[in-house]
Design a protein around this ligand. Structure first.
Ligand SMILES: [Zn+2]
Length: 210
């Protein structure tokens, strides 16, 4: 099973996405615009046409079918239920800890909180563990699981629909480029190539999905 996973393109795609998300290296229009000005002369979001499509904008665009907050609440609910420690108050509390600690910055509007997806301060991790109140060893898995599922959900519910929209409404004569590798190796690629997630983590995650 673990070896299968390493070669499963579905997983490696998600893995690469998680790392790009963490490093804020998604091929958003503003990034493409800087890389290839001739081909991407307009960095505006294709969906709402109201703002530059930045990393921040991808996650907050009004055309998204789900809000980041909604997504977060759903993920936390699902995990607490799985660990049989669900209560509405816990979900509210943990959602609050996450929104306070993982924030994406809007470079055009510095007054908005910053979210760094992928890394939680240890204090926040401890607070989540305490709130979730799962007994024993399993407790420490919860913050990481939540982060994993947040990335997964962003991939499924925000990034994929965004890319699907881009392909079907492509009026800017751009090639399909989300899957194309960046010519010079990016940090995300280097890390993803050397990154060996714990196989046990994956087994747990698979169980949760059932
Ligand atoms: Zn938009």
């Amino acid at each position: 099973m673990p070896t299968k996973r390493e070669t499963n393109p579905k997983y490696s795609k998600l893995k690469a996405f998680k790392i790009k998300l963490l490093l804020e290296e998604l091929p958003t229009m503003d990034v493409l615009h800087v890389r290839d000005f001739a081909k991407y002369s307009n960095p505006t979001c294709m969906r709402c046409k109201e703002a530059t499509e930045t990393y921040y904008h991808i996650l907050t665009c009004q055309e998204n079918t789900t809000s980041l907050r909604h997504l977060l609440t759903n993920v936390i609910t699902k995990i607490l239920k799985k660990y049989q420690t669900y209560s509405e108050a816990k979900v509210t509390q943990i959602t609050r800890i996450f929104t306070n600690n993982i924030s994406i910055s809007d470079p055009q509007n510095p007054t908005i909180n910053r979210v760094t997806l992928g890394i939680l301060p240890s204090l926040a991790t401890r607070e989540i563990n305490r709130t979730a109140a799962v007994k024993g060893k399993k407790q420490t898995q919860i913050p990481q699981l939540i982060l994993h599922y947040i990335a997964k959900e962003i991939h499924e519910k925000i990034w994929k629909p965004r890319c699907a929209y881009k392909y079907t409404n492509n009026t800017r004569c751009e090639q399909k480029d989300e899957d194309r590798e960046i010519p010079t190796q990016s940090t995300a690629q280097m890390i993803s190539q050397n990154y060996n997630p714990q196989t046990s983590e994956n087994n747990k995650l698979l169980k949760i999905e059932k």
